[in-house]
Write a protein of this length. Structure first.
Length: 211
């Protein structure tokens, strides 16, 4: 069985050191308005589907009666965890492309070229993320507190996830967000199983995105 594009994208960009990459970082339309406006939040617990979108089940910092819990409720023995200090950064990633090993950027954006970026790949699989305006971040100063909460409640969280999805056995991992990078605009690509390990990837700006 071949890996999904999310698996390919995440596995190849993990080494960049910016957490677990999501191929579709947009919040789901079923989330409350403020979540759709601001994106995922620290304390969210959920799963990642095969296309790379995060499905929020609950948030460990929100009260039981918070609107994020209206649709599915909360796990057994749930009680909000006290949130620790958060380290924010408005320029966590400067405007630039990020790519996996085996990919080399050989052309920067310039007025003389019909493309904005050109990459040469020497690998049969890889991933590229272009951040035209960079990205900001928020990270928990001390993740140990949430590790303790996860250890104590892992079984209840797992049973709750099975109930949410109506399955006897959960076929995906549960994730707890302890930090994030968010960008106002981005473009990305992932590829695998190419007939040739060598090729050229072109990116041309179209409005605020790249093709």
């Amino acid at each position: 069985m071949s890996d999904s594009l999310q698996d390919v994208y995440a596995n190849h960009l993990l080494r960049a050191g910016y957490g677990y990459p999501l191929r579709m970082p947009e919040p789901r339309s079923t989330l409350p308005d403020h979540y759709r406006d601001s994106g995922l939040q620290i304390g969210d617990v959920g799963t990642i589907d095969s296309v790379g979108q995060f499905d929020v089940l609950f948030n460990i910092y929100k009260r039981k009666d918070n609107e994020i819990h209206d649709r599915r409720g909360v796990p057994k023995n749930f009680g909000p965890t006290q949130q620790g200090d958060i380290n924010p950064s408005d320029n966590a990633i400067p405007p630039r492309p990020i790519h996996s090993r085996g990919i080399e950027r050989i052309l920067e954006s310039n007025k003389q070229s019909s493309v904005d970026y050109e990459f040469k790949s020497s690998a049969p699989a890889g991933a590229i993320l272009i951040l035209p305006h960079g990205a900001k971040s928020q990270q928990l100063s001390s993740p140990e507190q949430v590790r303790e909460a996860a250890t104590e409640n892992a079984l209840d969280w797992y049973e709750f996830a099975k109930k949410c999805y109506g399955v006897q056995r959960l076929d995906r991992s549960l994730y707890l967000i302890t930090g994030f990078y968010k960008a106002p605009s981005w473009s990305l690509c992932a590829f695998s199983d190419l007939a040739s390990a060598t090729g050229t990837i072109l990116a041309r700006k179209d409005g605020n995105s790249y093709l």
